[in-house]
Design a protein around this ligand. Structure first.
Ligand SMILES: NC(=O)c1ccc[n+]([C@@H]2O[C@H](COP(=O)([O-])OP(=O)(O)OC[C@H]3O[C@@H](n4cnc5c(N)ncnc54)[C@H](O)[C@@H]3O)[C@@H](O)[C@H]2O)c1
Length: 305
């Protein structure tokens, strides 16, 4: 970094904002959390207190507030509000109005255009996408996305900041809808939903096949390295007969629309692909973090050796 980080300003105290705050505080970086919902700020404060013990000095380094304060050049702003272009643009405009001209501003959008988010900025050269994954304090990868006006210096600053946080930043050459991870996640889910709709397989069998085949392999190697190991000629032979049969719809699946319309939203609603109850959800929550930490440690170790 060109200068020490005085503070990280996180805008949006939702699912991602809270885990971003945990990440900064664990690295002893003071956080100013801004949200226009008092309840979200209160929930954030409670979660941070629960995570770090009361007498941990880190808790004192979290400020929560509904409005902006003037920020100096030592601050970094992370925009992590609702995934809505108009809301994000308004937040970026507020950030510019309250920060020095050189303050680094990153957006945690899941796939909106960086140029569209930065439209109207006085200094769009200091805006970049930094797409974290949930929970941001745990998942190593962060997609770094330039807009058309983003300078190389901004990309370097963003990557240096992320490396300081122990992340593995990976830079895209341009902003495309959904970036890399969500494009691939949605391509996989489009095919999964199509297989369910066609009655080829049931929910349990599909999860079993994907988790214990490509799932466990992908925890250790990216898909391209994996294909190198398998042989590109074999991949091409399969691609030649398979692609004409793969799902290529341009609209969300009928099954997904139907589930959401019926309120089958997943664990939080008691039913998604599976039925959920409190005990089941609690067990998942308790086990998920430890299991993820374990897998990440194995994957990182594998990349070092
Ligand atoms: N949830 C995920 O798994 C995930 C993962 C990666 C990236 N993201 C992205 O991160 C961003 C936030 O997602 P989330 O899941 O935390 O959403 P969320 O709905 O949980 O939280 C959004 C927060 O933004 C606040 N907010 C809305 N408008 C505001 C404004 N004008 N000023 C201040 N605060 C405002 C809301 O009050 C809310 O607390 C989105 O862009 C999303 O696409 C989400």
């Amino acid at each position: 970094m060109t200068q020490p980080i005085e503070r990280v300003v996180i805008v949006g105290a939702g699912t991602m904002g809270v885990t971003l705050a945990k990440l900064m505080l664990a690295h002893r970086i003071p956080v100013r959390m801004i949200d226009n919902q008092a309840a979200a700020l209160e929930a954030c404060r409670r979660e941070i207190e629960r995570t770090f013990s009361d007498n941990h000095p880190t808790v004192g380094e979290l400020e929560v507030q509904a409005h902006w304060s003037q920020e100096g050049e030592g601050s970094i702003v992370i925009e992590s509000v609702t995934e809505n272009l108009a809301i994000k643009r308004a937040v970026i405009a507020e950030a510019e109005a309250n920060c020095a001209a050189t303050t680094l501003i990153v957006t945690n959008t899941s796939g909106l255009s960086i140029d569209a988010i930065g439209q109207g900025m006085r200094h769009p050269e200091r805006l970049a996408g930094a797409h974290f994954f949930n929970p941001a304090d745990l998942i190593p990868a962060v997609e770094v996305i330039p807009g058309a006006a983003t300078t190389q210096a901004t990309i370097h600053r963003t990557c240096a900041f992320l490396s300081l946080l122990g992340k593995r930043p990976a830079v895209l050459k341009q902003s495309v809808p959904g970036f890399v991870a969500n494009r691939i996640q949605h391509a996989i889910m489009r095919e999964c939903l199509s297989l369910l709709e066609k009655g080829v397989v049931d929910v349990e069998a599909l999860d079993e096949i994907v988790q214990f085949s490509i799932g466990v392999r992908l925890a250790l190697n990216g898909p391209l390295l994996q294909r190198d190991l398998n042989g590109l000629d074999t991949h091409l032979n399969i691609a030649r007969y398979l692609y004409e049969d793969l799902e290529d719809t341009h609209t969300p699946s009928r099954l997904l629309e139907e589930y959401v319309a019926k309120g089958r939203l997943g664990a939080k609603a008691g039913r998604g692909f599976y039925p959920w109850d409190e005990v089941h959800i609690k067990r998942q929550e308790l086990e998920a973090r430890g299991n993820l930490e374990h897998i990440i440690a194995i994957a990182m170790n594998d990349k070092r050796s």
